[in-house]
Design a protein around this ligand. Structure first.
Ligand code: X2X
Length: 333
């Protein structure tokens, strides 16, 4: 079925570019990794709903979750959108960072201490610079959403200091930055798609993973032996609502504005909702017997110090100026 969906998307794209008319497609594909049970999927649902309503049914979007349009390989989503195989997406900065190095900004360990720090970046000049970088690479970004602060879980032991990570196999995804972060901490990082993550946790092929509390909760990561969770807040991945440039150019200016405003509204709605749900989600995870650990300022500082090398290596790749802009925005928030 996945393969057929993919081939249908390919055929639809070829047909459309051959006719190159001003007619809108009867349906626009929207790619996501996580489906409607998660805030991420709900962000996409909201966008589709608002566009349908405000265009009075002229613009129809259909969500394909679980990265099915790229056969589960979420790090190929951006390329597929750029080439027009996917029309639109609500995607994580992590998954697009292999193609857009500037997106690694959000993955710099311990750059953003809290939600207001994320907002300081996305709502300011640094956010504009990130959007310009996305656009330069063939995709039109419209609005921000949020996957969330990514917390560390594992099946072996409580983690309060870098030494506790020694030798643990940790599933990561995205750019090689994550290899560097977890290697700096003494862990053994393994790159793997979300589709492969839960099976790998189940069999014990990996010992741990990192994801927002909402993902841990809805995907029931506790059921695959992840008994320890450290709320270290080491990074957060915003979501970006975006449209392939090829598709974007086919919309009238009025409809471009409609799509963009709907994405902004959906993003705001989802960010507020997912932040408001956090306490409740944490309580649920604790109720299921997961040992949740918060770090003292001293313990936190040890993780910051242990990952400092990641900045030295990655700031030049991300762009020194962009990193500085982000740091200034956070300092002045
Ligand atoms: O794969 C993950 O960890 C997820 C679902 O959070 C992303 O797509 C970045």
């Amino acid at each position: 079925l996945k393969r057929r969906t993919f081939m249908a998307a390919v055929a639809a794209t070829l047909l459309f570019s051959a006719s190159a008319s001003a007619e809108y497609k009867s349906e626009y594909t929207v790619s996501t990794v996580l489906p409607s049970a998660f805030p991420w999927g709900q962000a996409a649902d909201k966008w589709v709903e608002l566009v349908k309503e405000r265009s009075e049914g002229r613009i129809n979007m259909k969500i394909y979750s679980n990265s099915q349009l790229v056969s589960g390989d979420q790090t190929k989503e951006f390329s597929a959108m750029r080439s027009g195989l996917i029309d639109m997406a609500v995607g994580s900065t992590i998954n697009w960072s292999p193609q857009v190095p500037e997106l690694n900004l959000f993955s710099l360990p311990f750059l953003m201490p809290d939600h207001s720090a994320i907002d300081a970046i996305t709502q300011g000049e640094a956010g504009e610079a990130v959007f310009a970088a996305i656009e330069k690479r063939g995709v039109t970004p419209l609005a921000w959403g949020e996957n969330g602060f990514r917390e560390l879980s594992n099946s072996k032991r409580e983690i309060t200091k870098p030494e506790d990570l020694q030798g643990l196999k940790i599933r990561v995804v995205g750019s090689p930055l994550f290899q560097d972060t977890f290697t700096a901490l003494g862990a053994n990082p393994t790159q793997m798609s979300w589709a492969d993550a839960k099976p790998a946790l189940t069999t014990g092929a990996v010992d741990g993973q990192e994801n927002p509390l909402s993902v841990f909760n809805v995907a029931r990561i506790d059921q695959v032996g992840q008994k320890y969770l450290t709320r270290w807040h080491y990074m957060a991945d915003p979501l970006v609502f975006a449209v392939s440039n090829r598709v974007w150019q086919q919309f009238s200016p009025e409809d471009q504005a409609l799509l963009k405003q709907a994405a902004i509204d959906a993003g705001k709605w989802e960010i507020e909702k997912s932040r408001a749900e956090l306490n409740d989600t944490l309580a649920k995870i604790k109720e299921r017997g997961v040992k949740v650990t918060d770090l003292t300022p001293e313990q936190h500082a040890a993780f910051v110090a242990a990952t400092a090398s990641v900045y030295e290596k990655w700031a030049p790749r991300i762009g020194e100026e962009l990193v500085r802009k982000a740091q200034d925005a956070i300092a002045n928030r």
